[in-house]
Design a protein around this ligand. Sequence first.
Ligand code: ASP
Length: 329
Amino acid sequence: MTCCFKLSLALAAATLAFGAQAADFPGAGKTITIVVPFAAGGPTDKVARDLAEALRKPLGGATIVIDNSAGAGSTIGTAKVFRANPDGYTLLVTHIGIATTPALYRKLPYKVDEFEFAGLINEVPMVVVGKPSLAANNWGELKTWLVENKGKANLANAGLGAASHLCGLMLQQALQTELTTVPYKGTAPAMTDLMGGQVDVMCDQTTNTTSQIEGKRIKAYAVSTAKRITVPAVYKDLPTLDEAGLKGFNVSIWHGLYAPKGTPATVVKAVNDALQVALKDPEFVKKEESLGAVVVHDDRATSAGHKKFVMSEIAKWGPVIKAAGQYAD
Ligand code: ASP
């Protein structure tokens, strides 16, 4: 046997092994864990659970479980996936926090560009909401109350790096006021306290606020997006913060699907292929739309497009956060 013949046999064996790995993924009877870096029952958790249901079939009937590794504004759960075995059996669903935490944390336990990007999932607007007993009945009255109660009014959020933190930060900057922030492990527990009147206001994703506003368990004041929200109908009469005087205010958050660094490209492709099917699943699309979220169908749903978008979001939010002088160690 010549050396070259031996080499080509070895290469053929390696190709077979590599091919088998992708073809086997996820493999019969296997369990995939999707880590959600926020509390159960909150906006990111809801998206991840609905997506898991839509992914099950295209992933060959695999069992998909959700692991809520919450805390530190999403950085605990995100770091857990960064360090996980890169075999495709541990994935991450997280939101804009993956792009805001690099500017917020001096010592971040992950490098965003080293994740494997499996595709963007959705975009979700945010809404300023208040406890049911707040006297303010519209944005104008709330704005006056927030400015008059500088340092006293409480603003709930899901920790430094959460979307509620980012929106709250921009709100305080725009109003030139300071609110006392109360951090939670997610906006699910924050919402419980808002409904109970333990905290005053919050800026949260529509995926968490819609049913509470419909049920009149909280008050709604304004939306964070450049355009008004017409669906679901509960938002149609709310002004945008921009039209209500906070010129240029525009925060729309998004969720994406990630795999740990080093996950084989064939496995990432299998996950992305399954995501493409899930994003067209009528049940999934209906659920998202009913909560005010919009499922992504453009280039950002591809691995390359997702990475490019996240890097552009890091570049966009970094200076805004740095200007606000916020950090954690
Ligand atoms: N998405 C977070 C959650 O699921 C909330 C936030 O980002 O503010 O709780």
